[in-house]
Design a protein around this ligand. Structure first.
Ligand SMILES: Cc1ncc(COP(=O)(O)O)c(C=O)c1O
Length: 346
C-alpha cells in the first residue's frame, strides 16, 4: 500500500527518534519549563527574526486553534474564517465550544480577502451581534492554496485598521513556505501576524505545534490559558525535542521542501494525463477530480481522502505528500491512474 492519505502518517524523522532515545532516563523539569523547550523556542525566535516573541508548544492543531482564539477574544467576540477554514469545518465545534462564534465568508479557493473581511465587519454593527475581533486563516489553506506576501500584507493592514487580530494557522506552514511561487518567509510572519503557529505534526515531528506570539499585548496569562484548556503537557519536553531537532540545520524547511517536491512530481504527472484539479495547489496537497469508477481500483494500492462529490459522475480526492513520500510511490500512483484511463476510461 502506498500512502497519500496524510502528511502525518509516518512516525517522525529519524533524527527526532534518535534524540528521544538518547534522553531515555534523563530527568527533565515538567510543563515546558525544561532546557530543551527553551533551546527550541530560541531557535524558533532566531528563525523568525523576532527575539521578543513568546513560543509555546502544544500537541495538536485543534488544540492550538482553540487555545489561541479563546485566549485573544472576550466572550462576545468572534473570529472570521473562510467557510472552508479548518476551525469551521473540521474541528467539531471546538472554537464555538469556548463560546466564540466563527463568522464565515464564502471563499472559492480557500483564501480570505480584505473585501470578505470588510463585509463581515460591515454587517456586524452593534451590541446585539457578536463583534468580529480576529481573522483566522491557514497557510496553506484547506484547498492547498497559499497566500502571497501582498495578499497577507493587505489582510494585515485591514486588520490593523479595523482593530482585528490576525491569527495564521501554520499546520502546513512549511509546505506553504517551500511551495513554488511562494514569496513569504518565516521572518515575515511576526511582522504581519499577531499570533501564528508553526506546524510540526504535518512536517516530520512525532507531534507538536509551536504557537508563536509576537504581539506583546497577547502575552499575559497565556500559560494560564494553556493549562486551563488542557494544553500544558506534563512531559512538555517531548514537544521541545521535536522542535529543537526540526529547527537545527534547517531540517524543518528541508522536510517541507521534500514533501513539496513529491507533490510537484505528482502534479506534473497528473497534468500530463490531463486530470482536472479542484484548485491550483502548489504545496503538498493536490485535489484531482476523477471518474467515480476509478476510485475502487485506486483504493486497492493507494490510500487517499475522498474530498467530495464533484458531480454525479466525478469524485474529488485529496492526495497528500510528506517528507517521506518516495518518487517510487508517486510514479506508482501515476501509472495506476494511467491504467484507469486506458482500462476504464473517463
Ligand atoms: C490547517 C489545519 N489546522 C489544524 C488542523 C488540526 O490539527 P489536529 O488534527 O492536530 O487537531 C489541521 C489538521 O488537519 C489542519 O489541516
Amino acid at each position: 500500500m502506498y500512502a497519500f492519505q496524510n502528511d502525518y502518517s509516518e512516525c517522525c524523522h529519524p533524527a527526532i527518534l534518535k534524540r528521544l532515545s538518547a534522553l531515555e532516563t534523563e530527568a527533565l523539569s515538567g510543563y515546558g519549563t525544561d532546557g530543551i523547550c527553551a533551546a527550541a523556542a530560541n531557535k524558533i525566535r532566531q528563525a523568525i527574526c523576532c527575539p521578543q516573541a513568546a513560543v509555546h508548544f502544544v500537541t495538536g492543531g485543534t488544540q492550538a486553534n482553540m487555545i489561541v482564539i479563546d485566549a485573544c477574544l472576550r466572550p462576545w467576540e468572534a473570529v472570521i474564517a473562510a467557510d472552508s477554514g479548518h476551525i469551521n469545518v473540521h474541528e467539531t465545534g471546538a472554537v464555538e465550544g469556548t463560546g466564540h462564534k466563527v463568522l464565515t465568508a464564502p471563499a472559492k479557493d480557500g483564501k480570505l480577502t480584505p473585501v470578505m473581511i470588510e463585509e463581515i465587519c460591515r454587517t456586524h454593527t452593534d451590541e446585539h451581534m457578536v463583534r468580529p475581533r480576529m481573522v483566522y486563516l491557514s497557510d496553506s489553506t484547506e484547498l492547498g492554496t497559499i497566500y502571497s506576501k501582498a495578499e497577507l500584507t493587505a489582510i494585515h493592514e485591514l486588520c490593523r485598521d479595523k482593530g482585528l487580530y490576525l491569527f495564521l494557522d501554520g499546520a502546513r506552514l512549511g509546505a506553504a513556505l517551500c511551495a513554488e511561487g511562494n514569496d513569504l518567509t518565516l521572518a515575515d510572519l511576526p511582522r504581519l501576524c499577531d499570533v501564528f503557529y508553526i506546524g510540526g505534526t504535518k512536517n516530520g515531528a512525532m507531534l507538536g505545534e509551536a504557537v508563536v506570539i509576537p504581539n506583546p499585548s497577547l502575552l499575559p496569562d497565556f500559560r494560564y490559558q494553556l493549562k486551563h484548556r488542557g494544553g500544558m503537557l506534563a512531559k512538555g519536553f517531548l514537544l521541545g525535542v521535536n522542535f529543537d531537532v526540526l529547527f537545527t540545520d534547517n531540517l524543518y524547511m528541508q522536510l517541507a521542501a521534500k514533501a513539496d517536491q513529491a507533490a510537484a512530481r505528482l502534479k506534473a504527472g497528473l497534468l500530463r494525463l490531463h486530470v482536472p484539479m479542484l484548485a491550483d495547489a502548489p504545496a503538498n496537497q493536490l485535489f484531482p477530480i476523477l471518474p467515480n469508477s476509478w476510485i475502487g481500483q485506486l483504493r486497492q494500492n493507494f490510500t487517499f481522502e475522498i474530498w467530495g462529490q464533484n458531480d454525479p459522475e466525478h469524485t474529488c480526492i485529496r492526495l497528500t505528500t510528506s517528507w517521506a513520500t518516495s518518487s517510487e510511490a508517486v510514479d506508482a500512483l501515476l501509472t495506476a491512474i494511467e491504467e484507469c484511463q486506458s482500462q476504464i476510461g473517463q
